[in-house]
Design a protein around this ligand. Structure first.
Ligand code: PEP
Length: 253
């Protein structure tokens, strides 16, 4: 059965104490996750040590990084390597969030490198793709996201691609309160799966979790996650509110 995942992206929000309180409130709910369900919290770098705290004791709950360097090590002041993440027990890392592509000029080539260093260190990339509003208005979204996958992922081996997580995040829906309709989400997720199938085969593509991101809230998660090819969500704003994120985790199928 394909993994179903609720992934929180805290971005550059919350103090450490606020983050701890939020996590406590969520864990206190003691939501029983089935073996194929996971809750992942992508926290700011200094908070990654939370991975060694109470989260470590919960089955299927994980702390993730929001980014890592494309370089292995060396004179890159301010960067954090995948090897460093691995050394403190981190198993997941968001790669290619649209905010990093836009504000930090991350190219598909840099993202291919980041994906590589993740795999070299046994870290599963949560690879983000998605189109700007202009591209959607021109109806070019299918080819646009296809190219994002081809340029950053298609060098991967079958063994590697089998463990990746993809997040489709239409940029026009991120932080805007404007969610893709279930039809738009399902159509794009099915397309992404067929793109993966042309390269890696249908059987492999059918096992890759594809999350939806873009104004997922407690009250719309179940409807979105119910789509056949939507395997959970990558959530920004609503992941900062315990009640909302609890409802999102409970909406996993
Ligand atoms: C995100 O940043 O990944 C995201 C989907 O944000 P939001 O849920 O706030 O739209």
């Amino acid at each position: 059965m394909r993994k179903q995942i609720a992934a929180a992206n805290w971005k550059m929000n919350l103090t450490y104490q606020q983050g701890e309180k939020l996590l406590d409130e969520i864990l206190e709910e003691k939501i029983e996750l089935a073996p194929h369900q996971q809750a992942i919290f992508a926290v700011p770098f200094p908070y990654l040590i939370m991975a060694n705290s109470e989260v470590a004791e919960e089955n299927n709950y994980f702390i993730a990084a929001q980014n890592c360097s494309d370089k292995k090590s060396g004179a890159y002041t301010g960067e954090v390597s995948a090897e460093m993440l691995q050394s403190i027990g981190i198993k997941y890392c968001i790669i290619g969030h649209s905010e990093r592509r836009e504000y930090y000029f991350e190219t598909t080539k840099t993202l291919a490198e980041k994906v590589n260093v993740c795999f070299e260190n046994n870290i599963t990339p949560i690879f983000c793709c998605g189109e700007q509003l202009r591209i959607r208005e021109e109806n070019n979204q299918a080819i646009y996201v296809q190219q994002q996958l081809e340029e950053s992922l298609f060098h991967l081996s079958t063994e590697q691609i089998q463990t990746i997580i993809i997040a489709y995040e239409p940029i026009w829906a991120i932080g805007t309160g404007r969610t893709a309709t279930t039809e738009q989400a399902q159509e794009m997720h099915l397309h992404l799966r067929s793109v993966l199938a042309t390269k890696y085969g249908q059987e492999i593509a059918d096992e890759i979790p594809i999350l939806y991101g873009g104004s997922v809230k407690g009250n719309n998660a179940a409807e979105l996650f119910n789509c056949t090819d939507v395997d959970g969500g990558l959530v920004g704003g609503a992941s900062l509110v315990a009640k909302d994120f609890v409802q999102i985790i409970k909406s996993l199928k």
